[in-house]
Write a protein that binds this ligand. Structure first.
Ligand SMILES: [Mg+2]
Length: 402
């Protein structure tokens, strides 16, 4: 089999789809995107794709090497996300060729089903508590929420108290029926992170995600020395080599590689194996669409140390007929409103089988989603701007972490 073409589609609100075509008529799809940088990633996909024309799509290890090691400049979000989406498409091709789900090609099922968690949204403690109860009623037993918005380097006690109250109110509402992680989103600095974590200890959050920006590894080690709360991080790290540095610090309990950023399915399987040797679990990051989520599920079910899977696919809709919903808006264009990722999927019904907070083993060959290319082509944004991340500023106007 030979690769004959690599196409990219950019669609609102912030998705890229890559199609890898072959001379045998089998094509594979993947989701290569950096949130807010879909245009740059699409160009990288085209450039990397040109290198693969004429090569055998089944040699996934070799093609990763061609795209990664075969280029002098390596790593980082744009290049690694481009590689990731192409790599997902290669697994999709291979699964379709042999008529098996991708997890069967990477070791088979290491478990019967995959635990997932949902985002809990809200601006106030009451809104957050109400949303957590909604999630509970939808069958989730695990969730994640943010409590830190624009936090100063040294934060006043009112903001600290408000953040703690958010989590305390949610925990009081759900009790022990739901375990909830907290994402600091890299928005706080080490002194505030430590203060927050010490105050949160009594509420036993499931984990603290990105308590610091991922590059402050020494400070992460210091944090870990002062708290028993599990530390999660890794959505902004790429390939084995970034994770090697992180794991060697001993400061992390849960790594969160993103299968559309870190290098793809097989790269994250290698990262997970390395994490297992450090007695660290894996919870893949996934705020993207059905192809990215599907890639994660195949990886999860074939990986004994994968703990839990993030997802933004609407479990409620899926249970009631398979609808999927991306919970992101384009702020600049209200007419587009909420965009369903099933817009471009022909087999959304029953694609992911949710039950009691778990996703069952995938059944379809390849990654699973069957893409409606006609609709995708009609929606293709070409080189036009798409979603940009919000710009956060502190009270004095300083630009800060989203
Ligand atoms: Mg995060």
């Amino acid at each position: 089999m030979k690769i004959t073409g690599v196409k990219v589609y950019r669609v609102a609100p912030k998705s890229n789809y890559v199609k890898v075509e072959t001379d045998e008529g089998i094509c594979g799809w993947g989701e290569p995107v950096v949130e807010g940088r879909s245009r740059a990633t699409a160009v990288a996909v085209k450039e990397l794709g040109e290198q693969l024309i004429g090569m055998d799509p089944e040699n996934i290890e070799d093609l990763f090497n061609v795209m990664y090691r075969g280029n002098f400049y390596q790593g980082g979000p744009v290049l690694c996300s481009a590689i990731s989406g192409i790599e997902q498409a290669l697994w999709d091709i291979k699964g379709k060729k042999y008529g098996v789900p991708v997890y069967q090609l990477i070791g088979g099922a290491a478990k019967e089903k995959q635990k997932v968690y949902a985002w809990i949204h809200g601006e106030t403690p009451e809104e957050l508590a109400a949303d957590a109860l909604n999630r509970l009623s939808e069958g989730y037993h695990y969730g994640k929420m943010c409590i830190c918005n624009e936090m100063e380097w040294i934060c006043n006690s009112a903001r600290i108290d408000k953040a703690i109250a958010m989590f305390a109110t949610v925990k009081e509402a759900v009790g022990d029926r739901m375990e909830i992680g907290i994402d600091f989103h890299g928005r706080v600095h080490k002194t505030v992170a430590l203060t927050l974590m010490k105050k949160l200890e009594e509420f036993n959050p499931l984990f603290i995600e990105e308590p610091l920006l991922p590059f402050n590894e020494d400070d992460l080690v210091e944090l870990k020395r002062h708290t028993h709360l599990p530390i999660a991080t890794g959505e902004r790290l790429f390939t084995r080599w970034d994770f090697k540095r992180l794991l060697k610090t001993g400061a992390v309990d849960i790594i969160q590689p993103d299968l559309s950023h870190a290098g793809g399915i097989w790269e994250v399987r290698k990262i997970a194996a390395m994490a297992e040797c450090f007695d660290v679990t894996v919870a893949p990051h996934c705020p993207l669409g059905a192809l990215a989520f599907s890639s994660c599920i195949h990886l999860d079910v074939a990986t004994p140390n994968s703990f839990i899977q993030e997802q933004i696919v609407g479990v409620h809709n899926a249970v009631n007929g398979g609808g999927l919903e991306i919970e992101d808006r384009i702020e600049t264009d209200d007419s587009q409103g909420y965009v369903s990722c099933d817009t471009y999927i022909k087999n959304e019904k029953g694609l992911f089988e949710f039950e009691d907070g778990y996703v069952k083993l995938p059944k379809n060959p390849g990654l699973g989603p069957i893409i409606d290319e006609e609709r995708l082509a009609a929606a293709n944004n070409g080189d036009l701007p798409l979603w940009q991340q919000p710009l956060y500023r502190m009270d004095d106007g300083t630009a800060t972490q989203w």
